[in-house]
Design a protein. Structure first.
Length: 318
């Protein structure tokens, strides 16, 4: 029975369980059922980026039929560094050509292909945040320096956006650990931004970000709905479940492939629509901006989170 290697930089919890359901659903759409015609081995880095290469090497020694690294370019590069023969299906938030993962989107070459979530989603998330909070001029952007490739690309795009927008000031806050995130928020007492923007961070930090934003009574924008479900104000980005399912369709009909097991002939799929999720209690003063966003062509509005906090539990940002 062929084996799929599932590589995730976070830890298994309720959020990753949702992603895994989407992942298995994508496999099922291609007729691949875990335990029946394929086995899946899971490796979790527990937010320790240095472990990714070790875990990827385990898959190579196994060996597995295909490696599926989630969580950005860092897991993808870790897998790429360990093998040039085992197919790798990635999901990245930045241009994989510019990052050096593949030769081109149409013809990636080598043993990699996957899903590309355009970097413009970070810029668009910034624009939506400023519509929800029109007075926001000073934006502090949280980025994880462990994802060096993603950080460089995001910083370049945000600086370009600041250059096009009068009065907009961008300040980059590099933080990886819980202690570094706490220290960054403590710095808001001395130099308070109008709003923070969280980059492609591990969902392991979602509760911490939501609680600190509430304690400091400051609106923040996040990359995925997981952060809103944890209590954050809003998110904008692609649904992880959809991206994983799309990635699995690139690998069908069989993890070993009927084309020699190499995904090089399959183009990298680019996700062109985004999903916004807004928390109901915190959004009461921003419904005009929300209605304007919902009318935009090319974007898709996510449903309200099913779990609505009790009124007054968190501040209503004006």
């Amino acid at each position: 029975m062929p084996v799929i290697g599932f590589l995730d930089p976070t830890s298994p919890d309720a959020t990753t369980a949702d992603r895994l359901r989407g992942f298995r659903q994508g496999l099922g759409d291609a007729g691949i059922i875990e335990g029946e015609n394929v086995a899946i081995e899971y490796r979790w880095a527990d937010s320790r980026i240095d472990r990714l290469s070790v875990l990827a090497a385990e898959f190579v020694r196994r060996p597995v039929a295909v490696i599926v690294p989630l969580g950005g370019s860092t897991p993808a590069f870790a897998a790429k560094a360990e093998t040039s023969t085992i197919p790798i299906v990635f999901t990245v938030a930045q241009d994989p050509v510019r990052l050096g993962l593949v030769a081109s989107l149409a013809k990636p070459g080598g043993n990699l292909t996957g899903i590309f979530l355009p970097a413009e989603q970070t810029v668009r998330r910034l624009r939506i945040l400023r519509e929800l909070v029109p007075a926001a001029k000073r934006i502090s952007v949280f980025l994880d320096p462990a994802n060096a490739m993603d950080v460089a690309s995001i910083v370049k795009d945000l600086q370009a956006e600041a250059g096009r927008t009068s009065g907009l000031q961008i300040k980059i806050l590099n933080a990886s650990t819980a202690r570094e995130i706490d220290a960054a928020f403590e710095g808001f007492d001395r130099e308070r931004p109008d709003a923070p923007l969280v980059g492609p961070f591990s969902t392991d930090r979602r509760v911490q970000f939501a609680l600190l934003s509430a304690v400091h009574k400051i609106p923040a924008a996040y990359p995925w709905r997981d952060f809103v479900d944890a209590g954050g104000l809003m998110s904008y980005g692609a649904k992880p479940e959809r991206c994983v399912s799309s990635g699995r369709r690139l690998c069908r009909p069989h993890p070993q492939g009927r084309e020699g097991g190499r995904p090089a002939g399959r183009p990298v799929e680019q996700v062109r629509t985004g999903h916004q999720c807004l928390d109901r209690p915190d959004a009461r003063s921003h419904r005009a901006a929300l209605a304007a966003f919902a009318r935009r062509p090319g974007d898709r509005m996510n449903r309200w989170p099913r779990r609505v906090r009790r009124p007054g539990a968190f501040p209503d940002f004006g």
